[in-house]
Ligand binder design. Structure first.
Ligand code: SF4
Ligand code: SF4
Length: 191
């Protein structure tokens, strides 16, 4: 929810005290122990597309550069594969830090650097809300529709269909209400 104080934080281009503590709390990982050895970037599959690299994002947060961190593409490019954590001599949970930054960015209404990726996340969650599991074909079609790119990757989609890698119809788990309780505010999963 946006408040006067969150707007102030969002517009603050100066380093902000307390930001690091906030993300430490939210991620559940005390990444202040990071040595900046940069081992985490060596195996990261998306490091070449990143501006700051994984340890650079950590550094931004440590130094209190709220806007730079929350509005960075890097936090959306991270796919949470945890390769970085297995390389890290200090066992920093970078995926959890990235996730905490994404949550904070959405909550504060920060400028989302990769709106297509956020939309994809939403479609995955909506599918879980509706069926208790993911229906990949529907997720892809809804995502492509939102992005106005209905025919991009169609060759891959057809290939997957022909190899029966995509179910045409969704299947719902038995106790769907138990899953839906995890998503308060659910109104049919159409958001
Ligand atoms: S590998 Fe770990 S300690 Fe090294 S820079 Fe990355 S997060 Fe920091
Ligand atoms: S969890 Fe994110 S930052 Fe770490 S290796 Fe995977 S994609 Fe890169």
């Amino acid at each position: 929810m946006r408040t006067e104080s969150s707007d102030k934080k969002r517009n603050n281009a100066e380093p902000e005290g307390g930001f690091c503590e906030e993300i430490v709390r939210r991620s559940g990982d005390n990444f202040r122990r990071c040595l900046h050895c940069q081992c985490c970037g060596s195996g990261c599959p998306v490091v070449d597309a990143m501006k700051y690299r994984p340890n650079g994002v950590i550094r931004l947060v440590q130094l209190g550069f709220r806007r730079e961190a929350l509005e960075s593409s890097d936090i959306w490019l991270c796919m949470g594969c945890n390769t970085c954590s297995t390389e890290c001599p200090m066992a920093v949970d970078i995926a959890a830090v990235m996730s905490a930054l994404r949550e904070t960015a959405v909550e504060e209404g920060a400028r989302i650097a990769e709106p297509g990726i956020l939309n994809f996340h939403k479609e995955v969650l909506n599918s879980i809300k509706r069926y208790g599991r993911t229906h990949k074909l529907e997720i892809m079609m809804r995502h492509k529709l939102r992005q106005l790119e209905l025919f991009s990757d169609i060759d891959i989609g057809l290939k997957m269909l022909s190899k029966r890698k995509l179910d045409l119809r969704p299947s719902k788990i038995r106790n769907i209400s138990a899953v839906q309780k995890l998503f308060p505010g659910l109104t049919g999963g159409k958001e």
